[in-house]
Design a protein around this ligand. Sequence first.
Ligand SMILES: Nc1ncnc2c1ncn2[C@@H]1O[C@H](COP(=O)(O)OP(=O)(O)OP(=O)(O)O)[C@@H](O)[C@H]1O
Ligand SMILES: [Mg+2]
Length: 412
Amino acid sequence: MNTSDVQAQKRRYGIVGNFEGLNHAVDVALQVAKTDLSVLITGESGVGKEIIPRIIHDNSLRKTKKYFAVNCGSIPEGTIDSELFGHEKGAFTGAIGEREGYFGAANGGTLFLDEVGELPSATQARLLRVLETGEYIRVGSSDVRKTDVRIVAATNVNMAQAIRDGRFREDLFYRLNTIPIKMPALRERGNDVVLLFKKFAMDTAEKYNMPEAVELTAEAQEKLKRYSWPGNIRQLKNVAEQISILSPERVVTPEILAEYIPDDPVSHDIVPLNKRKEAHSFENERELLYKILFDLRNDVTELKKLVHGQQAERARQDVAVPQVQGCPVPYYRPDVAFPVANSASAKGEEEFQTPEEYVEETISLNDVERQMIVKALEKNRGRRRKAAQDLNISERTLYRKIKEYGLDKEHL
Ligand SMILES: Nc1ncnc2c1ncn2[C@@H]1O[C@H](COP(=O)(O)OP(=O)(O)OP(=O)(O)O)[C@@H](O)[C@H]1O
Ligand SMILES: [Mg+2]
């Protein structure tokens, strides 16, 4: 390993830590950069996989050419082929013009396929072909096109399991995995966790013009090292930022730390809200509230579906169901009210809600949800991945909801 090269790259990309497995990952990236071999980066969520493809591209002969990062998990199944391989004019409803697609646009450069484990199987077949022959076909076309793209892919999915489950093609896996790079989990990195905490505490202090960054006592450092960090560096960053902003004490003891991370080092539980210090930042309180409301809204929707499903079944047995246009409840009967699960039904009674009330309530809940999504998107300047993380939902769900509320036209 050329240690000084590795250290220089780490400085260049702001990579903190000296753990051997981390240095090895950077070293392999540097060694393969000059080749055209496909690289597959694996590792748990939040371990820093996204830095590696940049290192590879910037140190390759392709560095003056295009670099694209595509998040395969956030593109809906119906459009992913057209995004990656392009489409012809009129290939499908709404295809007004033609589209080049990433494989065409990145010709000569590098394409980073993030979350490659999420690719639908039809797209996997197309990808295998372009990897093997450099050939691809646009959606709606029969012309074979050529491209010269270097592929770096990443995933936090257990690929062996995905192959066993039939969710990922084995031949594609081997083709992508020509050079494997494994990013180590944070819990394996020993003292790096302390170095990273210091970095994030200093970054936060600087960002918010704080007079000083928070510091860890020796015992707090040990506690950090013992914790299992299921969300890895992303989670550590959040914890360091939260403590920096919320803690009135600037010297962090294990007791203060315990308010932000669970006691049990292998527990993946999140800290109950009442264990946290009172929030000193309104912004933070509001975000927590959004998250709670969001979860609550989903629970309520699920409950309603369940209860209404049962009622529908009963209604179906009772009488033929008339279809009422515009009503979101397909089994609407003007003479039948809808039972709602609440404290009254716990006593064995059913409380009834009219369809109008149901619709009204659904609309106001939708309103809250829409607002939360708008706020999350605004806060993250339209970056959907970050917004989805804030809202604790998958990018796919966020994408669907953005469409549902027409926010793609208004806000992005
Ligand atoms: N060694 C490191 N030094 C400094 N920051 C790091 C390091 N590793 C990761 N980070 C930061 O941690 C965060 C998470 O990293 P990243 O987004 O690359 O995770 P990931 O492995 O792609 O996770 P996921 O599989 O969930 O997408 C980013 O903000 C990144 O900058
Ligand atoms: Mg990632």
